[in-house]
Every structure is written in structure tokens, then in C-alpha cells.
Design a protein around this ligand. Structure first.
Ligand SMILES: Nc1ncnc2c1ncn2[C@@H]1O[C@H](COP(=O)(O)OP(=O)(O)OP(=O)(O)O)[C@@H](O)[C@H]1O
Length: 566
């Protein structure tokens, strides 16, 4: 029993999603119940009409025929209403669930990305949400309706003849017992299918994103062969799931057919008493088989439903990469300080940053340089609070970043990453992402500071220049400038440039550096770079090597242009 409760736990934990749409759910339930009861009434009225005709009871025929017509019209009405409200509920639950899953992914993404592909996450977000939408929007209400209908037909059967229960009781037992017998195998096959699906999804996303690199490396053919392998693995998993499902369907259908034949036998042999009641008896028995079939359908899909619910539950329950402060502190202006910071990506992984002490004052531009894998980007991530340090703290104006509200932090510390990701739209829309409330003047000022409005930037349509998916249509330098304008728009207190200037030619880099310096009187500027010209232009150069920050000379050798580090 405990095992069953544990298996069903993810479904229960996700149940509040429907309770938030109680109104729509009750409408669906009510309309479904009316429709099913209407179908039962139609069957019974039809059978009664037949019985009256057989008995030659002419007085009953006209009112029964009228009642039959009226019930049919009402049935059509409730059936239409049920379809409408069920879909309304479906789309509400779908939107709600997707929003929650994406919200949870956003909170925990920096931590999760280390273990999972974005395609895999996409499969969770979209595929599993679709599955659960089907459960909560359609099946939960249908199962309740089936239960009520079964109770009603059982009551009628007992009034008429308890023998009828002998006809479909065993069928019900078989259908309920079947999923428990095949449950373990179905769960294993369902998990294999989900894994194959997510794997192929991840492969496809990666291939599309890396199409250019794969073509240039001449690796597209090999990659296509891998995709074909993934597709074959998926279809093998699908066949195995279909084999279990097919077996269950066959046994359930056989049980229902045997129950139908038994009901026919009971009706025909007069076990229900008056032989003229045979049509009513048979109708009652067969109407009861409808909900049994629906329950069988639900139970058959329980394995994949539980697998989807488990994965969504895991995403929703994943701890956030950073915990928002209960009572945010007031932000303050001042230096960006790393106080004896230590960090590792995985609890049992190597230390990536060790005992880092670093102070950058407002108005100062500090360059971080050093070998690949030294820890520069990790330092940047901690300044952006994508993660929290394991030891020490990072402060801005004396306030621990952990105590700042997320919106305050995002407006005060901005960065231009190595690869600027842009969304489909225009250059202006992409810049405005950082501060949608910013005026048109502020937007233009940020674009001008990033050099986007210079003819040399090569954007004759300026802010209206269209941008394709993931920045298609813009050069690396243009993307870097859009990223810079986006980072400048909120007028941050800390600006971080992670290899941004490397995308520009020497002339553009010098012009941009001059603009940034002129406008950074009260701003902390951190530049991650290997370029000698940039290193010469900053106030201080620090080396990051093996997770430690040292004066640059100790790492990179004497740099004639660099100011002494401390
Ligand atoms: N998401 C991650 N999960 C696990 N380890 C990571 C992750 N990101 C980086 N690392 C590891 O942390 C170390 C520091 O990486 P980081 O990207 O900070 O170096 P970097 O100095 O910025 O390198 P580069 O100059 O090549 O960008 C490396 O050993 C890297 O393999």
C-alpha cells in the first residue's frame, strides 16, 4: 500500500493545478455526468419503447418516443457543452503548467544545465506537460463520471436482477487487476520511451543549433547517422510500449466482449425475470461497460502518466540555483568586493575558485586575464549571482548580493557574455529586453554608446534592423554591440564585459573602450580579456589561474602596458 501511495504521490502533489481551476473542473464534471446519464437514459428509454411495442402497449409508445427525442436533444446540448468546457479547462491547465515548469527551470537552470541537455529539458517542459494536461483536463473528470455512472447502473441492475453484476463484475476485476500485473514492466518500458524521446529531442536541438559547425567540420553525415540511431532507438522503445499496451487492450477488450455476451445470455434466458424486459436488461449491462472501458483506458495509461508526473514534479521541486532573500536589503552604491570566495560546481567536484579576494571601486576598470579554464567566467557568474559562493561572500556597496532583490540586482549588475544570444525581432526590441520601461531616448543613448548608430556598425536601419532567430542576420561584432547596449540600458553600477571586445576590430575596440571609460565615472567595470591592447587600456590587470586571483605579471608575464595590480 505504501508503495502504491509513493507511486501516486507525484500525481497528488500536482493536483492543486486543477483545484486552481475548480470552476472549469466542476463544469466539465457536471456536463460530463449529464451527458453520460443522458446516454444511459437514451438506452433505457429506447429499450423500454421496444418492450412497450413488443407488449402492444400503445398508450406508452407516444410519451416514450417524445421523452426519447427530448433526451436526445438534451444529450446533444450537454455533449457540446462538455466538449467546450473540457477544452477550456485543458488550455487553462496547459498554460498554468507550462508557466510553472518554465518558472522552475528559470530558477534552477544554471544548476541544472550541468547535468541535462536543453533538448531534454524541452522534452520535459513540453511532452510531459501535454501528457498531464490530458490527465487533469480530460481524464480526471471522466474517471469520476465513470465511477458515478457505474454506481447508477449497479443500482439499477440490483433492482432488476443481481445476475447482471455477474456479467460485468468479472470484467471490471480483470480491467482493474491488469495494470497491476503489467505495471512494473509498463513503468520500465515507459521510462525507456521517455529517455529515448528526450535523448532524440536533445540530439535534434543540438544538431539544429550546431548545423554550421557540423557542416564546416564535415561531421554532418556522422551526426545524421547518430540521429538515425536515436530514431531507431525511439521506435524500438515505442514498439515495446505498444506491445504491452496492445496486450492490455486485447485482454480488456476480451473481458468486455465476454461481459457483453454474458449480459446477452442473461437477458435472453430470462434470468432477469420477465422476458419482455430483455432489451432493458441488455441495455443496462452494455451501458455499464462504457465506464468500465474508460477506466481501463485510464489505468492502461497510468504508467506513462506517473512517469510524466514524476519528471514534472522533479522539475518543480528542484531547489533554485539561488534563494531569494526573505527581506531584501536596500541596495547601496560602492565597490564590488569578493571576500575570500570559494566555489565548486559540484559538491564532490574540484574547487574552481579558492580564497578569492578582490575589490573593484566605482570608476575603476579592472581586467581579468589568464589561461583557459582558470575561473574567469565563474567569477563573472558569481558577480551576477547565477550561483552563490560556497565560502565567503560577494558584496556591492557593502551589501551581500544574496540580500538584494532579484530585480535590483539585475538592474545594478549587468554583463555582456562571450556569446550574445538574441531573440527574433528588431535590434531595438533586443536592447529593450533589459529595461522594457526605458524611454526611447534612453534606448537610443544606450545604442549610441555601444556604437550601434555609427555608420561603421553597418546597420543602416539602426534600431529597426530585423534580427533573426538566435541573432541570425547580424555579425559577431554587431551582436556584441547589441549585447553591450542591452547591458548599458539599465544604467548599471557594475558592468562586466566577458571577451566582448574580442569580436571587434582594433579601431572599433579603441573607440568603444574610450566611450566606456568616459561614461564610467561611478561604475565598476570588469573586463575579461586576453587582448594586449585592452589590457593596456584598463586601470589594473589581474590574473586568474587555477581558481586564484593574482597580480597579472605572475601569470602572464610582464605586460608593458599594464598598471601594477594589487
Ligand atoms: N557549468 C559548469 N559545470 C561544471 N564545471 C564547470 C562549469 N563551467 C565551468 N566549469 C569548470 O570550471 C573551471 C573554470 O571555468 P571558467 O569557464 O570559469 O574558466 P575561464 O577562465 O572563464 O575559461 P575561458 O577563458 O576558456 O573562458 C573549468 O575547469 C571548467 O571546466
Amino acid at each position: 500500500m505504501t508503495a502504491v501511495r509513493a507511486a501516486l504521490a507525484p500525481l497528488w502533489r500536482l493536483l492543486p493545478l486543477v483545484t486552481r481551476h475548480r470552476g472549469a473542473f466542476w463544469w466539465t464534471l457536471g456536463a460530463g455526468l449529464l451527458t453520460q446519464l443522458g446516454v444511459l437514459a437514451l438506452g433505457l428509454l429506447g429499450a423500454w419503447l421496444l418492450t412497450s411495442t413488443l407488449r402492444g402497449d400503445r398508450a406508452a409508445v407516444v410519451p416514450l418516443a417524445a421523452a426519447l427525442l427530448l433526451t436526445a436533444a438534451l444529450c446533444a446540448l450537454t455533449s457540446w457543452r462538455e466538449a467546450y468546457v473540457a477544452h477550456d479547462l485543458a488550455y487553462r491547465v496547459l498554460a498554468d503548467l507550462r508557466g510553472r515548469v518554465f518558472g522552475a527551470l528559470r530558477r534552477s537552470l544554471p544548476a541544472r544545465r550541468r547535468q541535462r541537455h536543453s533538448g531534454d529539458l524541452g522534452a520535459v517542459a513540453l511532452g510531459d506537460v501535454e501528457t498531464l494536461e490530458w490527465l487533469y483536463a480530460h481524464t480526471a473528470a471522466q474517471a469520476l463520471v465513470s465511477g458515478v455512472l457505474l454506481a447508477v447502473t449497479t443500482g439499477f441492475s440490483l433492482l432488476l436482477t443481481p445476475w447482471l453484476l455477474l456479467a460485468w463484475g468479472p470484467a471490471l476485476l480483470v480491467i482493474v487487476a491488469l495494470p497491476w500485473c503489467t505495471g512494473r514492466m509498463a513503468a520500465r518500458r515507459g521510462a525507456e520511451l521517455a529517455a529515448a524521446n528526450a535523448g532524440l529531442h536533445a540530439q535534434v536541438v543540438e544538431t539544429v543549433a550546431g548545423l554550421r559547425e557540423l557542416t564546416e567540420a564535415g561531421a554532418l553525415g556522422r551526426h545524421r547517422a547518430q540521429l538515425a540511431d536515436g530514431t531507431r532507438a525511439l521506435s524500438r522503445a515505442q514498439r515495446r510500449v505498444a506491445a504491452v499496451g496492445g496486450l492490455e487492450t486485447a485482454v480488456a477488450d476480451l473481458a468486455v466482449a465476454v461481459a457483453g455476451a454474458a449480459a446477452l445470455g442473461i437477458a435472453a434466458t430470462g434470468m432477469a425475470g420477465d422476458p419482455t424486459l430483455a432489451p432493458v436488461t441488455f441495455t443496462l449491462a452494455t451501458v455499464a461497460l462504457g465506464p468500465i472501458g474508460q477506466l481501463s483506458n485510464l489505468l492502461r495509461n497510468l504508467g506513462s502518466l506517473l512517469a510524466s508526473a514524476g519528471r514534472i514534479d522533479a522539475v518543480l521541486a528542484a531547489p533554485p540555483a539561488t534563494v531569494p532573500p526573505a527581506a531584501p536589503a536596500a541596495p547601496a552604491d560602492g565597490p564590488l568586493v569578493f571576500e575570500r570566495v570559494g566555489f565548486r560546481y559540484l559538491p564532490d567536484g574540484p574547487a574552481v575558485l579558492t580564497d578569492v579576494a578582490l575589490t573593484v571601486r566605482p570608476g575603476e576598470t579592472v581586467a581579468l586575464t589568464g589561461p583557459s579554464g582558470g575561473g574567469k567566467s565563474t567569477l563573472v557568474s558569481l558577480a551576477l549571482r547565477l550561483w552563490d559562493p560556497d565560502q565567503g561572500r560577494v558584496t556591492l556597496g557593502g551589501v551581500d548580493l544574496r540580500e538584494l532583490a532579484d530585480a535590483e540586482l539585475r538592474a545594478r549588475v549587468t554583463a555582456v557574455p562571450q556569446q550574445v544570444d538574441l531573440l527574433t525581432g528588431t535590434v531595438g526590441e533586443n536592447i529593450a529586453l533589459a529595461a522594457p520601461e526605458a524611454s526611447a531616448e534612453r534606448l537610443r543613448a544606450a545604442a549610441a554608446a555601444a556604437g550601434l548608430l555609427d555608420p561603421a556598425a553597418g546597420l543602416p536601419r539602426g534600431l529597426d534592423t530585423p534580427v533573426g532567430e538566435r541573432g541570425a542576420g547580424l555579425s559577431g561584432g554587431q551582436r556584441a554591440r547589441v549585447g553591450l547596449a542591452r547591458a548599458l540600458l539599465p544604467e548599471p553600477r557594475v558592468l562586466i564585459l566577458d571577451e566582448t571586445l574580442a569580436h571587434l576590430d582594433a579601431h572599433a575596440e579603441a573607440a568603444l573602450t574610450a566611450v566606456l571609460r568616459a561614461r564610467s565615472a561611478d561604475r565598476v567595470t570588469l573586463v575579461v580579456t586576453h587582448r594586449a591592447s585592452t589590457l593596456r587600456a584598463v586601470d589594473r590587470v589581474l590574473g586568474v589561474h587555477g581558481g586564484r586571483v593574482t597580480p597579472a605579471d605572475a601569470v602572464t608575464g610582464p605586460d608593458p602596458g599594464a598598471a601594477p595590480a594589487h
